[in-house]
Ligand binder design. Structure first.
Ligand code: G4P
Length: 526
């Protein structure tokens, strides 16, 4: 198969959702449809139950599950689908953001009872930054949920994206009868079942057909006719181009746990979702069909086996053909790297492969050379952009409790930061080390893993910090002057970039006003 054909048949995406909306369930059903798994229950939830959050075995177990489910590849109707997993706990949101840099589109699951929840809003913001195409799946229609029109309004309002229903529910909860597929003009009737995979879609190009009354009852039939009229009147015709540009989100209704509405969404997904797209580097745009290979690392899993300091780096292939054992340019590093152990993830199985194509994610066994954000190429010295660190929200000072283990602590911290568990900032004054995270849980994870994997003991002391802002200026003199006058608040990130540690929002605002020639950035990429 030619490179162009390989690219055309790939769809790389992630499912995102607020916890409990049904991400794991939907993932499992997609794998069942794709024939990648045979039984329900095979996909383990990667949720960390907050009730058991001090149970470290639980976190370690979840880390194990995360490796197994990081990428789930399967074939469906001749399309190679790469489904990337995102963490179930919001404290690991940064990990999700990074995973979203490696996909070409997303499916967003929304619970019809709860509507748009906070985590969904945050994730949507990240999608918007990259204009990632989004399909919405409104789930749990077998429950008494909110009015579908209200839900659509809420999605538009809270997620700030236009929507276009492509299916429409008939009833809800106990009265849920099925969905009408507006895209294919077919009716799919609901029978609660967690096993049944085939669906019985009937074409209904003409809703006036009296057969409809017989199937769903005259009241439902009339309601559906009214709804469809209204939708066709209110919403503009669905334009795939708008979806691909991230301007409009097609919406499907269904019930993942009952396998209902999933098939229809999947069929539409493979038709409309984008194949691997071009990507920006600091030098130029890279198109997937370029002959020469390029890719970037978006995730690292380390120390799964405490006896070996092994790590798996997850590489997204952006162009060309990636080959096992071929030396590649590690753009940030001192020497070329070659990989003999290249894994691809098919459903729950790992297999060693010899080559991979744009859109694919491969796992590279690495002994410590790779970092998140690293680019590999077939020679060119370019770096993929759009994999930023965001300013953390919680900051704590690292206190070493065992001076004999300082080296181990430094090494452990460095490696955990390379894995992207959190961000480390070192103050210029006194070299105080501060860890910044988006969630409370990471501090406990870091403390536990430092002890367990590096034999280092730390405590974390709360710090009164609001944001870490990366600072730059066109005027070097002004920047030097700023660094001198604010030296107490100046730190360096892992790449030695200058960071201003602001104590409060109002104070930051004041400093920004007083120093108009200094630029303050809230992500590490600018
Ligand atoms: P998540 O990964 O997004 O966090 O959600 P997950 O799939 O684990 O689903 C959360 C809960 O919602 C699960 O129930 C799941 O069974 C249920 N669920 C998923 N889809 C549907 C649906 O279409 N209808 C209804 N009624 N429920 C649905 P649980 O009680 O937490 O777990 P379980 O014991 O049922 O597995």
């Amino acid at each position: 198969m030619s490179l162009t054909e390989e690219i055309k048949k790939r769809r790389t995406f992630a499912i995102i959702a607020h916890p409990d909306a049904g991400k794991t369930t939907l993932t499992e059903k997609l794998l069942l449809f794709g024939g990648a798994i045979q039984t329900a229950g095979a996909v383990k939830s990667n949720k960390i139950d907050t009730a058991t959050k001090s149970d470290w075995m639980e976190i370690e177990k979840q880390r194990g599950i995360s490796v197994a489910t990081s990428v789930m590849g399967f074939e469906y109707k001749d399309i190679k689908i790469n489904l990337l997993d995102t963490p179930g706990h919001q404290d690991f949101a940064e990990d999700t953001y990074r995973t979203l840099t490696a996909v070409d589109s997303v499916i967003m699951v929304i619970d019809c009872v709860k509507g748009v929840e906070i985590q969904t809003e945050k994730l949507m913001e990240v999608c918007r930054m990259r204009n990632t195409p989004v399909i919405c799946f409104i789930n749990k229609l077998d429950r008494e949920g909110r009015d579908p029109y209200d839900l659509l309004d809420e999605v538009e309002e809270k997620l700030n994206i236009k929507v276009r229903p492509l299916s429409w529910p008939i009833g809800m909860g106990k009265g849920f009868k099925g969905v009408y597929n507006l895209y294919e003009k077919s009716l799919n009737l609901f029978t609660p079942s967690q096993r049944k995979l085939s669906d019985d879609r009937q074409k209904f190009a003409n809703l006036e057909d009296p057969e409809l009354d017989k199937l769903i009852g005259p009241n439902n039939a009339n309601q559906l006719r009214e709804d469809v009229d209204l939708i066709e009147g209110v919403y503009p015709e669905f334009d795939v181009k708008d979806y691909l540009e991230g301007k409009i989100a097609p919406v499907f209704f269904g019930s993942a746990v009952n396998n209902f509405g999933v098939n229809e969404m999947l069929d539409t997904f493979i038709q409309i979702a984008p194949a691997p797209k071009s990507r920006e580097t600091d030098l130029r745009e890279v198109t997937p069909d370029e002959k020469k290979f390029s890719g970037f690392v978006f995730k690292i899993h380390a120390n799964m086996d405490p006896n070996h300091r092994n790590r798996i780096a997850f590489l997204r292939i952006c162009s060309g053909t990636f080959e096992r054992n071929k030396p590649y340019n590690h753009v940030r590093g001192p020497k070329p790297l070659r990989f003999s152990n290249v894994t691809q993830f098919m459903a729950q199985e790992k297999e060693i492969i010899d080559e991979a194509f744009p859109g694919d994610i491969v796992g590279l066994y690495d002994t410590g050379n790779l970092k998140i954000g690293d680019t590999l190429t077939e020679g060119e010295n370019m770096v993929f952009t759009g994999i930023p660190s965001f300013s953390p929200e919680i900051f704590r000072e690292v206190i070493n409790k065992d001076a004999m283990k300082t080296k181990q602590l430094e090494k452990g911290l460095k490696q955990l930061m390379e894995e992207g568990v959190a961000q480390l900032f070192t103050f210029d004054m006194g070299s105080r080390k501060v860890v910044g995270t988006v969630g409370q849980l990471q501090f406990e994870v870091i403390q536990f893993r430092l002890k367990n994997e590096y034999n280092a003991t730390v405590e974390f002391h709360p710090m009164n910090l609001y944001k870490a802002c990366w600072i730059t200026s066109k005027d070097k003199k002004q920047l030097d002057e700023f660094v001198r006058s604010k030296s107490r608040y100046i730190a360096r990130d892992k790449d030695d970039k200058l960071v201003f540690m602001a104590e409060s929002r109002s104070w930051l605002q004041m400093v920004q006003d007083n120093y108009p020639e200094i630029e303050f950035h809230f992500t590490s990429e600018f």
